[in-house]
Design a protein around this ligand. Structure first.
Ligand SMILES: NC(=O)c1ccc[n+]([C@@H]2O[C@H](COP(=O)([O-])OP(=O)(O)OC[C@H]3O[C@@H](n4cnc5c(N)ncnc54)[C@H](O)[C@@H]3O)[C@@H](O)[C@H]2O)c1
Length: 339
């Protein structure tokens, strides 16, 4: 890609992706266009430091705004779209599902349609690079695993449990239908849980760090033995770039690093790193339909995309904790949401 539109670019993974791309791709003619609606989770500070970067443009806007999308696709000659834009918090999707369906399903379809119309225009100048539409999805679309089940592969049936994961599954299916029906150059990536800098402090790791630093009870759902498969966010970014460069169209790629850990294990690691007592742990009523276990089989991504994660979990988590200690304003005081 030469001119890339990154949506949801101010959120946790989107902003890490923007930084990672600009740091690792040294082409002077690369153009990075960052779009974000600046919802509560989109923090403009996440793109701090890029003000003087001539290859970078930020636009405040919504993927539901078809007119804006058409304009900026043309203006910036976009040949690659990476769609991170979504409402992402499972608890919020349980208390109010409608914005999840609207943003994640209709938003993705609006973006697909705008890209399709632009790339199919008779006077669209095909650049030196082939067009790509990368839909950023999640392992949550597969639903829950039992303790002895094998990890999710790309052919595991979709069986989402929450309005959030259902909206992501619907977006994936819409993107794949655009590939089949219109020949859109779609690739889907499904990653496990990410950790790293710049995550909104309603999610497990920054929430627990912020509570622990204030010596407040750490709310752990149920017995805390729900298992997630964790990946450092830069490893996710590297896999997305590999998918853009080497992925096959119409394919799904699972991304994960074989780091299955229970929530309780992670909370204890955080308490230990911050020299806080495990007595701060407060077991609270479990979330409805809380998936017990996710685990990703990333073999296809490793072999087809020649991708390998670089970070090991324990040291990656320690670096993440230090990052929040050095950037305390990211741990918004008073954050009282569960993860
Ligand atoms: N966080 C994870 O562990 C994880 C794992 C796998 C996949 N994902 C997927 O990665 C993507 C990014 O997740 P995240 O954790 O960075 O989320 P996030 O909530 O931190 O960021 C989402 C961003 O999207 C923006 N946004 C929401 N609706 C929009 C709209 N209609 N138009 C424009 N911008 C909009 C928000 O303002 C926010 O900046 C999501 O699609 C999510 O499903 C996340």
């Amino acid at each position: 890609m030469k001119s890339i539109l990154i949506t949801g670019a101010v959120g946790f993974i989107g902003s890490n992706f923007v930084h990672y791309l600009l740091q690792n791709d040294h082409r002077s003619d690369l153009q990075v266009v960052a779009l974000d609606a600046l919802s509560y989770a989109g923090r403009l500070d996440n793109l701090k430091g890029l003000e003087g970067e001539g290859r970078f443009t930020f636009i405040k806007g919504d993927i539901l705004d078809a007119a804006l999308l058409s304009k900026l696709l043309v203006r910036h000659s976009i040949d690659c779209v990476v769609n991170f834009a979504a409402h992402t918090h499972v608890d919020r999707s349980i208390s109010n599902p409608t914005p999840f369906t609207l943003n994640n399903v209709l938003g993705t379809q609006t973006l697909l349609e705008a890209a399709r119309r632009y790339w199919e225009e008779p006077n669209y100048v095909v650049g030196t690079e082939p067009c790509r539409f990368i839909q950023i999805s999640t392992d949550e679309v597969y639903g829950a695993l039992g303790p002895e089940d094998p990890p999710f592969t790309e052919s595991t049936p979709l069986y989402p449990s929450s309005p959030y994961s259902a909206s992501k599954a619907a977006a994936d299916l819409t993107a794949l239908a655009y590939h089949k029906t219109f020949g859109m150059p779609v690739i889907i990536t499904r990653c496990s849980n990410n950790y790293g800098p710049r995550q909104y402090p309603e999610k497990l790791i920054p929430l627990m760090i912020s509570k622990a630093l204030r010596d407040e009870p750490l709310p752990v759902y149920g017995d805390g033995l729900q298992v997630r498969d964790w990946l450092q966010v830069e490893d996710h970014c590297a896999a997305i770039i590999a998918a853009i460069n080497r992925g096959r169209l119409g394919e799904v790629y699972n991304i994960g690093g074989h780091n299955e850990h229970s929530n309780l294990y992670i909370v204890n690691l955080i308490l230990n790193a911050l020299h806080k007592s495990p007595d701060l742990i407060d077991h609270v009523t479990d979330r409805p339909a809380h998936d017990r276990r996710y685990a990703i089989n990333p073999d296809k991504t490793r072999s087809e995309l020649s991708w390998e994660p670089k970070h090991d979990f324990e040291s990656g988590l320690r670096s993440t904790i230090y990052w929040y200690l050095n950037n305390p304003s990211w741990l918004v005081p008073g954050a009282d949401h569960h993860y």
